[in-house]
Design a protein around this ligand. Structure first.
Ligand SMILES: Cc1ncc(C[n+]2csc(CCOP(=O)(O)OP(=O)(O)O)c2C)c(N)n1
Length: 247
C-alpha cells in the first residue's frame, strides 16, 4: 500500500527490514554494446546503421590518418579531423606559427575552431565538463534545437569538475552528450588505481544520466550510440553519458 512506501523527498524506493550494504562487486557489470563481432561482421542486421560507402570510407580514412598523426603529434583530435580541419592547420597550431589561428598563444595540440563548433582545448583536465554543461544550458534557454558533445578520458572523470558537470546537467536537464573514452590509462595510471566501481558508465544512473557503455573500437556501435544520444538530447532536453571502451 502507499503508506508502506517511504515518503522521503530525496529518494523513491522500498523499505528494507534487513541490514544489508550494497556490495559493488556483486552487481553485474554494465554490458558493452557492439554492432560487429571480432571479425568485423555485423551481428544483428537491425543494428547496422546502413551508412553509405563514402561515409564508411571517410570514417576509415580518418581513423587511419589519426593513427599516423598520433605518432607524430602525440594526440590528435578525432572529431576536429572528421569535421574537416585541414592538416596544415593542425601542424601550424603545433608549431605556433603565423598560420596558427591561435597565433601560438596555446600549448601544442590545444586546437580550437569556432567555425567547426570546436571549443579550444584547455590543459587542466575536466574543466571542459562544467563549461560544456553551461553551453548546453544556454542552448536550452535559447531553444536552439542543438546539443553539446563533451569528450574526456576516464582519468578526467575523477576530477571534481566531472561531478559538478554531471549533476548540473541532470538537474538542469541540459541537451548534452558526455562522451568518455576509457582507454584503461591516464598517462601511467591504470584504471585499477583510477576507480573501484564499474567504470564511468556505472556512475550515470547515480546522477540521473541516461547511460550506455559501448565497444569503442566498433565504429558502428559508437556511431549508433552517439547519433541516438544526440537525437534524444535535442528532442527531450536530457543529458546522456556514453562510455567508449578501448585500449
Ligand atoms: C587537473 C590536471 N591534472 C593533471 C594533468 C596532467 N595530465 C595531462 S593528461 C593526463 C591524463 C589524462 O587521462 P585521461 O583523462 O584518461 O585521458 P587520455 O589522455 O587517456 O585520453 C594527466 C594526468 C592535467 N592536465 N590537469
Amino acid at each position: 500500500s502507499p503508506e508502506e512506501r517511504p515518503q522521503f523527498p530525496g529518494a523513491s524506493a522500498e523499505f528494507a527490514e534487513r541490514l544489508e550494504f550494497i556490495q559493488p562487486q556483486v552487481l553485474a557489470g554494465i554490458p558493452v554494446y557492439r554492432v560487429m563481432d571480432r571479425q568485423g561482421q555485423v551481428i544483428r542486421d537491425s543494428e547496422d546503421p546502413q551508412l553509405p560507402k563514402e561515409q564508411v570510407l571517410k570514417l576509415y580514412k580518418t581513423m587511419t590518418l589519426l593513427n599516423t598523426m598520433d605518432r607524430i603529434l602525440y594526440e590528435s583530435q578525432r572529431v576536429l579531423l572528421y569535421r574537416g580541419y585541414p592538416l596544415e592547420l593542425f601542424m601550424a597550431q603545433c608549431y605556433g606559427n603565423a598560420r596558427d589561428p591561435g597565433k601560438g598563444r596555446q600549448m601544442p595540440v590545444h586546437y580550437g575552431c569556432p567555425e567547426r563548433h570546436f571549443v579550444t582545448i584547455s590543459s587542466p583536465l575536466a574543466t571542459q565538463i562544467p563549461q560544456a554543461v553551461g553551453a548546453a544550458y544556454a542552448i536550452k534557454r535559447a531553444d536552439a534545437s542543438r546539443a553539446v558533445v563533451c569528450y574526456f578520458g576516464e582519468g578526467a572523470a575523477s576530477e571534481g569538475d566531472a561531478h559538478a558537470g554531471f549533476n548540473f546537467a541532470a538537474t538542469l536537464e541540459c541537451p548534452i552528450v558526455f562522451f568518455c573514452r576509457n582507454n584503461g590509462y591516464a598517462i601511467s595510471t591504470p584504471t585499477s588505481e583510477q576507480y573501484r566501481g564499474d567504470g564511468i558508465a556505472a556512475r550515470g544512473p547515480g546522477y540521473g544520466l541516461l547511460s550506455i557503455r559501448v565497444d569503442g573500437n566498433d565504429v558502428f556501435a559508437v556511431y549508433n550510440a552517439t547519433r541516438e544520444a544526440r537525437r534524444r538530447a535535442v528532442a527531450e532536453n536530457q543529458p546522456f553519458l556514453i562510455e567508449a571502451m578501448t585500449y
